[in-house]
Design a protein around this ligand. Structure first.
Ligand code: ATP
Length: 232
């Protein structure tokens, strides 16, 4: 078993500067590990801090304490409090984040939105586009839409473009924030298959899923976030 992510006593408090500096403690003592090929699902009610934990791992939210170690280029590397350059490097090579919403650059065709992580990884434009098309097809995005920017797509289509962009890269750690939220049953099943393929490939995943059926299909373990509740 190869350890890929080790979260130790991570803590987050928001300080609301516009409300007289009120402190909003969200999570404390967050501790769990994820091995290669394993999918850990974060559970807990709305507001428990699940998305905040994913954002702390990805470096969108700064930790106020503790360690977030990821296997980056073969070494366990602490990203909590790391220099921005290291965090950006880890995002390019090690950690992918599939959020519920697509943040696409305006006017870029869907095919290129999906192909972009492969170009960054050094593939030729031609090869990257072929793989992007295959994945968009698998996610039931009709070919006539591939050359259009996704900004006019439906919510579910945009989410599938986002999933394709997240799953196309070969990063060894994937963070999945409600990847099936607005999908129909057929596309949910495709995403469950994509997750199974990533497990086979040894990718470590941390997921938030509200759909019980999807959770049962993908979770190797569940981590209950309420045990990290920070409110006294
Ligand atoms: N940027 C922020 N500034 C202030 N408070 C925040 C911020 N992000 C999250 N919070 C607060 O942290 C708490 C946890 O939010 P979070 O989104 O992590 O919960 P969640 O478990 O993912 O909820 P849900 O299932 O509804 O998405 C909430 O009370 C939220 O208001």
């Amino acid at each position: 078993m190869t350890l890929m992510l080790d979260v130790e006593n991570a803590r987050k408090t928001f300080t609301m500067h516009l409300q007289g500096g009120i402190s909003l403690p969200v999570v404390r003592d967050v501790s769990f590990k994820v091995n290669a090929g394993e999918c850990v699902v974060l559970s807990g009610p709305s507001g428990a801090g699940k998305s905040s934990i994913l954002k702390m791992i990805f470096g969108n939210y700064r930790c106020d304490g503790g360690r977030i170690s990821v296997r980056h280029q073969g070494e366990m590397t602490n990203l909590a409090g790391a220099e921005p350059r290291l965090v950006l490097n880890a995002r390019r090579m090690t950690i992918g984040y599939v959020s519920q919403f697509l943040r696409a650059v305006p006017r870029v065709p869907a095919l290129d939105v999906v192909a972009e992580p492969l170009l960054t990884a050094g593939l030729s434009r031609e090869d990257a586009r072929v793989r992007a098309g295959a994945l968009l097809g698998r996610l039931n995005i009709p070919e006539r839409l591939w050359s259009l920017p996704p900004s006019t797509f439906s919510g579910g289509e945009q989410q599938r473009v986002n999933i394709a962009r997240g799953f196309i890269s070969n990063v060894p750690i994937l963070l999945l924030d409600e990847p099936t939220a607005s999908l129909d049953a057929a596309n949910r099943a495709v995403v469950v298959d994509l997750i199974a393929a990533k497990k086979q490939a040894g990718v470590a995943m941390i997921a938030i899923v509200h759909d019980d059926e999807v959770r049962m299909q993908i979770a190797d373990r569940t981590v209950d976030v309420t045990t990290f509740a920070a409110a006294a």
